[in-house]
Design a protein around this ligand. Structure first.
Ligand code: GLA
Length: 354
């Protein structure tokens, strides 16, 4: 096997733009396919302990699934991932209003977030990796956000079975930015209807508590001894059905973990193990937090890749800053100022256990 990049026509966007699908394959035969419609991750084939490749992310059968994509499968999220309360915040002293597409909240960048835009794609190859750069100009006023934002998403599949995803951006006016990737993983998608038996470890000692609108209250909870404690590897389903106010708000895990190491270096945030296939996924990030979401809003009405998307059929581990940070000054700011460069990187490394 050698490194390869395969580009194909994938269809036409609702606005009439031609869309491509890029399949990156590494020297071990693992592959990732990405479309420049929304910079969405469409497939991720990784080996099990016998070396058999299988896709481990939920996705649709064709491009048009991504046009609505209410659950944000595989999506590149921006400008601001997660929720902005009442769809409003102040930037440089001025109040900005964003579409309320989640009750009264603004969610995942609005109705036409980054996952609904056609990005300009350019593939590249190094000695040990293959990748695709995706570039987008999000204009001043896009979805209500200030500033012309030039943003780049780079997916890179490395020979050592690691998929990295890096975001960079610059702006000409102060704006807010909190990008993430919203892939839905199931390490045994072929055989396990839910991820409840897959074991998760998160390197976080605290979560941000939620109000009834799924916005952080501003308070943090120590996870030790609670259903949110994943500091030791534990089945995702071990405590998920506990009658717990914070779990009930999201219908399962849908909460932001504050990483124990919140530095901007790439550090391990979470590890998921599937004992049946032997697959292990290690998530690293430069972000201070990671959202754990156990696909609580999936209800079987959507389908793709030969299966319907059922509740808890996948997990998302979305590196990011604290949700609603623009309205919660106790948390790290997500402002980006002219002259500064936004940079965020995540890594999904996959190997197997014996
Ligand atoms: C995030 C949110 C969830 C939900 C999903 C998309 O993970 O935290 O509440 O909105 O996105 O369905």
């Amino acid at each position: 096997m050698t490194l390869s990049i395969h580009a194909e026509e994938y269809g036409v966007s609702p606005k009439g733009e031609a869309v491509q699908l890029f399949t990156l394959t590494n020297a071990q035969g693992a592959s990732a396919s990405i479309t420049n419609y929304g910079a969405n991750l469409v497939t991720l084939f990784t080996p099990d302990r016998q070396g058999k490749m299988a896709d481990i992310v939920l996705g649709y059968d064709a491009l048009d699934g991504y046009f609505t994509n209410v659950p944000y499968l595989g999506a590149t999220i921006g400008r601001v991932g997660n929720r902005i309360g009442k769809g409003q915040c102040k930037i440089d002293g001025k109040t900005y209003t964003f579409v309320q597409n989640n009750g009264t909240n603004h969610l995942h960048g609005g109705l036409e977030g980054f996952d609904k835009k056609v990005w300009k794609a350019e593939t590249f190859e190094t000695e040990t990796s293959v990748g695709v750069h995706l570039d987008l100009l999000s204009e001043d006023g896009d979805q209500g956000y200030p500033g012309n934002l030039q943003v780049r998403t780079t997916y890179e599949l490395h020979n050592d079975n690691e998929l990295t995803c890096e975001y960079t951006a610059t702006t000409d006016k102060t704006t807010i930015l909190n990008m993430t990737n919203h892939s839905y993983f199931n390490l045994d998608l072929e055989n396990q209807k839910t991820i409840l038996e897959q074991k998760l470890k998160i390197n976080a000692e605290q979560v941000t508590l939620l109000d009834q609108d799924q916005l952080p209250t501003g308070e943090c909870l120590d996870v030790a001894g609670t259903v949110f404690d994943f500091t030791e590897s534990k089945a995702i389903g071990a405590d998920i059905f506990t009658d717990n106010e914070q779990l009930n708000i999201g219908g399962g895990y849908d909460i932001n973990y504050i990483l124990s190491d919140d530095s901007t270096v790439l550090k391990e945030a979470a590890v998921v193990i599937d004992e049946k296939t032997g697959r292990r996924l290690t998530v690293k990030t430069t972000e201070p937090c990671i959202q754990l979401y156990t696909a609580n809003f999936l209800d079987g009405t959507l389908s793709g890749k030969g299966r319907s998307f059922e509740k808890h059929s996948a997990f998302c581990l979305e590196p990011q800053h604290v949700p609603d940070a623009p309205n919660k000054p106790m948390f790290k700011s997500i402002e980006l100022k002219p002259g500064d460069t936004y940079n965020s990187k995540m890594s999904f490394a996959f190997d197997t256990i014996v």
